[in-house]
Design a protein around this ligand. Structure first.
Ligand SMILES: [Fe+2]
Ligand SMILES: [Fe+2]
Length: 259
């Protein structure tokens, strides 16, 4: 089996609060008896894309566990590459593929510079087709992107979700190796389906955004009281995907006690 931790919407903003919440989450993950094989950051690493915010994020995510990240709408592609990843500057979409055991994890950059909603560019679709062609024929595939491609009954996020998800749905429906799609952006833990596969929305470590049965817009938008939360995804030897959503207490015991 492989175990992939998803940490999303950390919104590093140069304040202590959001940094401390990620530090607590990282202590939880690195202290697990079975540590994750990889940590996926599904966007909105920073609150406003500043280089100093990425420096804070880079320090908080420093670990010997592989960390793979994609930008969200609050990120800045150029600073994301240079200040967070130490790569040359570029405004091109940041798409990546990683092999984890027998599984392939494909991370798609759905951010659109200057916009809150997401879109996959023609260039990203071409890259995705080539990547799927090259992936192991018998290995499971996880897709990850920031913007959910489905309706989530979230009045705020449904207005700024993935635009024109049809081509992605066709690709997913036509590839039986794809076992699930992971997103962030919604600041809530949610599960639905997309093109017949599980669509799992990882929570934010920074805040919780209520759904339509809870929100009283514009008075009540974000809830900052809950503890930070993450998702833990397992792919077993039968290629079945199982997900646990886990809050990490800021005040209480963290991690697994020996015996
Ligand atoms: Fe966010
Ligand atoms: Fe977002």
């Amino acid at each position: 089996m492989i175990l992939v931790a998803q940490v999303s919407d950390t919104h590093f903003d140069l304040g202590a609060r959001n940094t401390e919440r990620v530090e607590r989450v990282m202590r939880f993950l690195t202290g697990l008896r079975h540590r994750p094989d990889a940590i996926l950051l599904t966007g909105d690493i920073t609150d406003s894309g500043k280089a100093e915010q990425y420096s804070d994020a880079r320090a908080a995510f420093h670990t010997d566990i592989p960390v793979h990240a994609i930008p969200g709408n609050h990120d800045d592609r150029a600073n994301f590459r240079t200040a967070f990843l130490g790569l040359p500057a570029s405004d091109e979409p940041f798409n990546q593929v990683h092999r984890i055991g027998r599984s392939t994890v494909v991370l798609l950059d759905s951010s659109v510079p200057g916009e809150a909603a997401g879109r996959l560019s023609d260039e990203t679709y071409a890259w995705l087709r080539d990547t799927l062609d090259d992936a192991a024929a018998d290995g499971p595939i996880l897709l990850a992107l920031h913007h959910p491609p489905a309706h989530l009954f979230s009045p705020v996020v449904d207005e700024i979700s993935l635009v024109d998800p049809g081509p992605l749905a066709a690709l997913v429906a036509g590839d039986e190796r794809i076992v699930g799609i992971l997103t962030g952006h919604a600041h809530t833990s949610a599960a639905t389906t997309f093109a017949g596969r599980p669509l799992l929305v990882g929570p934010s470590t920074a805040s919780v955004l209520g759904a339509e049965w809870e929100l009283d817009l514009p008075h009540h938008v974000m809830d900052y009281a809950p503890d930070p939360a993450i998702a833990l995804h397992v792919i077993d030897e039968n290629h079945r995907l199982t997900t646990h959503f886990r809050s990490v207490p800021m005040g209480g015991r963290v991690g697994v006690q020996p015996n």
